[in-house]
Structures are given as structure tokens and as C-alpha cells.
Ligand binder design. Structure first.
Ligand code: ZN
Length: 237
């Protein structure tokens, strides 16, 4: 049982360590926040341009297709115009032609606008893409120390995760599940060390009887007040 509690306590320590280090690794240091933001904006601008370019090219192809259809329609109405029998049919055909011609002009305008936009976007993109490698290099140079720290953290994390897996394998599934449930419920602190006869999480004195049981370590004892698992290290009190 002492072993089980010791493992649970160690497991909790390692889990907290992993969470803490992950947070540290993934948080841009204060002095680099602005530098990093500027760089990320450049990267995002390139991505946004690429996305918009793809969209605009799609829209242009669509306009091209619409234009071809409209011209086909115009031809058809012009054919009808030649074959009309009455003035009523004649003015109806003229109306159709007029409507289609308007649509053609509007579509042509849209097509030209898209052409222009695509050309500008391509120029903008190629200029941005040309300067990005140097900017990336400069950015990485500024972030060098932090990157080194991130690598160190990753090494530490690999070691800690290995130990967590080993500890979890040694803990019976039922106890492991209970521990995980409590860990979740108690925001990362499921096992509380007993220090100077008190629960170190809620600082309430542990009952003498519970203390006796803890020392004998025959079973899992929960703190009466905060309901965490109590862990007693003979050397620590
Ligand atoms: Zn407590």
C-alpha cells in the first residue's frame, strides 16, 4: 500500500511537471511576443494571399464559363430575331437580347476585375514569398535561445512521459481510474502530502485515528475536509 501511495504521489508530481513544462514550452516569452506576432502576421499574410488567389482563380473560371454560356444564348436569340413572324415576337426577341447583353457586360466587368486582382495578388505574393526565407531566418535567430530551451523541455518531457507510463502500468487499473477521476476533480491535486500532521492541500489537521492508519498504510485514506488521498512520508513530518 505504501508503494501504491508512493507511486500515486510520484505520478501526480510527474503529471504536474509535464503540464507545467508544456505550458512553459508553448508560451512565447514576454520579450519575444511582439517580434513573434509580427513574424506570424507575415506568414499569415502569405497564407491568406494564397487562399484568396485560389478563390479568385476559381471565380474567374466560373465567370469565363458564364460568359461562354451567355454568348451562346445571345447567338440563339439573334437567330430567333431573324426568324420572327410578327412585331410582337420581334420586340420579345429584342428584349431577350438586351437582357443577355447587359449580363454579358456585367460578367465581363467582373472577369476583368478578377484578372486585375489576380495579377496584383500574384505580384504581392511573389514579393512576400521572396522575402519570407530571410525573415524566417532572422526570426529563428531571435528565437534561438528560446528554441534551445524548448528542445531541453522536450527532452525532459520525454523522460517524464516515460516514467508516467511506467508508473501507470504498475498501478492497478481501479486505483488508476480513481486517481485520474480525483485528479480531474481536484484540478491536478489528487494526492495531498501530510505535513506536520495536517493535509497540505486544505491545511486541516488529520484525525489521530486516520494518522495511525496512514502510518500503518493499510488502505487509502481520504482527507475528511478536502477528500483528497492523503500521502504520508515518514521523513517529511
Ligand atoms: Zn485536505
Amino acid at each position: 500500500m505504501t508503494d501504491l501511495l508512493g507511486r500515486l504521489y510520484r505520478l501526480q508530481t510527474r503529471i504536474r511537471f509535464v503540464q507545467d513544462r508544456e505550458k512553459k514550452r508553448d508560451t512565447v516569452p514576454h520579450e519575444l511576443v511582439e517580434v513573434d506576432r509580427e513574424y506570424q502576421e507575415k506568414v499569415e499574410a502569405v497564407n491568406a494571399l494564397k487562399t484568396r488567389l485560389t478563390e479568385a482563380e476559381h471565380e474567374r473560371r466560373k465567370a469565363e464559363g458564364e460568359l461562354a454560356d451567355l454568348k451562346e444564348k445571345l447567338k440563339k436569340y439573334q437567330g430567333q430575331l431573324r426568324a420572327v413572324q410578327s412585331s410582337r415576337e420581334y420586340s420579345a426577341a429584342l428584349n431577350e437580347i438586351d437582357g443577355v447583353e447587359k449580363l454579358i457586360r456585367a460578367t465581363e466587368d467582373r472577369f476583368l476585375e478578377l484578372e486585375e486582382e489576380i495579377e496584383k495578388a500574384r505580384e504581392d505574393l511573389s514579393a512576400r514569398e521572396a522575402s519570407l526565407p530571410a525573415e524566417t531566418e532572422q526570426h529563428e535567430e531571435r528565437l534561438k535561445d528560446w528554441r534551445a530551451e524548448q528542445r531541453t523541455i522536450n527532452d525532459e518531457l520525454a523522460g517524464a512521459r516515460e516514467e508516467i507510463a511506467k508508473l501507470e502500468a504498475e498501478i492497478p487499473p481501479r486505483d488508476r481510474a480513481e486517481f485520474r477521476r480525483l485528479l480531474e476533480k481536484k484540478h491536478g491535486l489528487a494526492v495531498a502530502l501530510v505535513s506536520a500532521g495536517s493535509c497540505s492541500a486544505c491545511h486541516v489537521k488529520v484525525r489521530p485515528a486516520a494518522m495511525q492508519m496512514l502510518k500503518a498504510s493499510h488502505e487509502i485514506i481520504y482527507c475528511d475536509t478536502c477528500k483528497r488521498i492523503l500521502y504520508y512520508e515518514p521523513a517529511s513530518s
